[in-house]
Write a protein that binds this ligand. Structure first.
Ligand code: CU
Length: 143
C-alpha cells in the first residue's frame, strides 16, 4: 500500500514537472491566450451598472437635450430617445477618440446600447455626417 502511493506520488510529480517544462515553451501557449479576459477585478462590486438617458428635442434641431451626463463606472446603458423624424444615433468615444460603442441609428423611436466604461471623461455624439459639427455632442463623465 505504502509503496503504491509512493509510486503514484512520483508519477504526479513527474507529470507536473513535464507540464511545467511545457509551459516554458511560450509559443505553445500563445494560442490558448485567447482567454484575454480584461483585468476587471471590480466585476463583483459593479452591481447592475447605471443608465444614462439621452434624447433629442422634438423638431429638427441638431442637438441633444443633455450636454453633460454622468454614470457609474462599469456597465453603462445609454437609453436614447430620438423624438425627431431625422435619424440620429449616440456614439461614445474616449478622450483619445476611440469609439467604444454606439446605438442604432433611429428616427422617432427609442433604442439603447451598453458600454463598459472605466472612470474618466468621454464624449458622446451623433455620427451622421454634419450632425456632430452641428451641435450633437456632449460630455459623459464616469466616476
Ligand atoms: Cu444626428
Amino acid at each position: 500500500m505504502r509503496r503504491a502511493s509512493t509510486v503514484l506520488a512520483v508519477a504526479v510529480v513527474a507529470a507536473l514537472g513535464l507540464a511545467a517544462c511545457g509551459g516554458g515553451d511560450d509559443d505553445d501557449n500563445q494560442g490558448n491566450a485567447a482567454t484575454s479576459t480584461p483585468a476587471q477585478t471590480t466585476a463583483g462590486g459593479g452591481g447592475g451598472g447605471s443608465t444614462v438617458d439621452i434624447s433629442t428635442p422634438s423638431g429638427s434641431d441638431l442637438a441633444y437635450e443633455q450636454k453633460d451626463v454622468s454614470a457609474k463606472a462599469g456597465s453603462v446603458t445609454i437609453d436614447f430617445d430620438n423624438k425627431q423624424a431625422t435619424p440620429h444615433d449616440v456614439v461614445v468615444e474616449d478622450s483619445s477618440g476611440q469609439e467604444l460603442g454606439k446605438t442604432d441609428l433611429i428616427s422617432s423611436q427609442t433604442t439603447s446600447a451598453t458600454v463598459d466604461l472605466t472612470p474618466g471623461t468621454y464624449t458622446f455624439f451623433c455620427d451622421v455626417p454634419g450632425h456632430r459639427e452641428g451641435g450633437m455632442e456632449g460630455t459623459l463623465t464616469v466616476k
